[in-house]
Design a protein around this ligand. Structure first.
Ligand code: LLP
Length: 419
């Protein structure tokens, strides 16, 4: 559920009128509802009430510092995948004892930075990473708390580009080598084994692959314990899908939690979760204005002022996003291809989508864009990154401003021999 609703045919984000907001801040922009962020985190936390669980919000989904601050105030920790994300999480006030560090290619500098920050857990994804972490921690006189991310060889995920748990994927330690690598880790003075980590993909709308992976991991934990490893924590990653308005309806967090409690209760471990999309996805929308309505040879195009650089998901994953008119009209519906202004054929938000008749100047909300929207943007075609707005009741704040055309060249320089 979310907090975008129509009042007298005008779309609001909480109590903020998006037509007025568009006039105020200009288009395109992202807008998030604070109430939805809070609500989703609470739903997830409530589903695990009574269990020892750390909810480490996956910062990559939406990493604006105000978004992190909202979630931190609800008690969320952070799942980070870079020094930059760790820096953000700390700047938002998330305590190091609630931060886990994931990622297949953490650099030595990043490992060192995270050791200095005293984070809760390193999710180590390979033997060379383990060796590097051990060396760096020993040099600092520290023992890094670790889990090994195990690749359970289970297929899952909404699109092949977001599946991570198959043996051919680059992620995690191969299932067949897990016990041996834990044995190696036990001999290392710079790491301390805390747990096991698994993450199989994203936008998963079925409990079966989760259950298959988690059951495999439960067996591994028992094996590791019989090998003498003290496993206290189980990080189950993220991946729970959200309704995008098309395709299967993902399970409710309560059903997800019930399955997990059933599978993991006998293990007596602390559970760690890394939800991203489930928290932020339906909290955000991208508001764009129609620049032109163009009659093509075989179809009608709506050309928006937002492009694939502002929201990459349709171009990258054929993702479906609902399109809502910001002002409802009674104009007869038509089928449109809804595209952006970028010089690429993949710059398309929807194909043959039926919408009430659109005209230049109309506003369209691209829904469910709160996760992997703003965090995946680029300045391709030298288009300034678009603003992010946080709505909270009747208030709103610009939480990332639109750079000026000069600012989009920040950091660039004319080589001295060209001056
Ligand atoms: N933990 C790890 C280790 C991850 O790799 C991810 C997402 C998450 C947690 C959070 O997963 P979530 O709960 O959001 O499904 N850009 C793609 C999704 C990429 C997901 C990458 N990893 C998209 O827009 O669909």
């Amino acid at each position: 559920m979310h907090h975008f609703t129509y009042r007298e045919n005008h779309l609001f984000a909480e109590d903020v009128d998006l037509t007025a907001l568009a006039d105020e801040v200009g288009t395109p922009f992202y807008v998030y509802c604070e109430a939805t962020l809070r609500r989703h985190l609470r739903i997830f936390a409530d589903a695990f009430a009574g269990t020892d669980a750390l909810i480490a919000y996956s910062v990559k989904a939406s990493s604006n510092i105000s978004v992190l601050k909202v979630l931190a105030s609800e008690g969320a920790g952070a799942d980070v995948v870079s020094a930059g994300e760790l820096h953000r999480a700390r700047a938002a006030g998330i305590a190091p004892e609630k931060i886990v560090f994931s990622g297949v290619g953490k650099t030595r500098d990043e490992l060192s930075f995270a050791l200095d920050a005293n984070i809760y857990q390193f999710n180590v994804e390979s033997e060379p990473e383990l060796v590097a972490l051990n060396e760096i921690a020993q040099a600092k006189g520290q023992r890094a708390p670790i889990a090994l991310r195990i690749n359970p060889d289970v297929a899952a995920g909404g699109h092949e580009n977001i599946s991570t748990g198959k043996s051919e994927d680059k992620f995690g330690v191969p299932w067949s080598r897990a016990r041996a690598l834990y044995a190696t880790a036990r001999t290392m003075g710079g790491v301390e084994i805390k747990g096991v980590d698994v993450h199989i993909g994203s936008q998963i709308d079925d409990l079966a692959p989760f259950e298959a992976a988690f059951k495999k991991v439960a067996v591994l934990i028992n094996d590791l314990r019989s090998d003498g490893c003290a496993i206290e924590r189980l990080d189950l990653g993220g991946g729970l899908g959200i309704p995008y308005g098309e395709g299967a309806t993902p399970p409710h967090p309560d059903a997800y939690a019930a399955m997990i409690k059933r599978v993991t209760a006998p293990l007596g471990v602390q559970l760690i979760f890394e939800p991203g999309r489930m928290i932020a996805g339906n909290a955000g929308a991208l508001i764009a204005r129609v620049i032109y309505v163009k009659d093509g040879a075989t179809r009608k195009f709506i050309i928006l002022d937002a492009g694939m650089n502002d929201l990459m998901r349709p171009a990258l994953y054929d993702a479906y996003h609902e399109l809502w008119p910001v002002v409802k009209s009674s104009d007869a519906s038509e089928a449109y291809d809804v595209v952006g202004p970028i010089c690429e054929s993949t710059d398309r938000f929807a194909k043959a989508r039926t919408l009430p008749g659109q005209h230049a100047g109309d506003l369209i909300a691209i829904m469910s864009a709160g996760a992997y929207g703003a965090s995946q943007t680029s300045q391709y075609n030298s288009r300034p990154l678009i603003p992010e707005i946080l709505a909270s009741g009747e208030r709103y704040a610009v939480i990332r401003k639109r750079p000026t055309l000069d600012e989009i060249m920040d950091g660039e320089a004319i080589a001295d021999w060209l001056r």
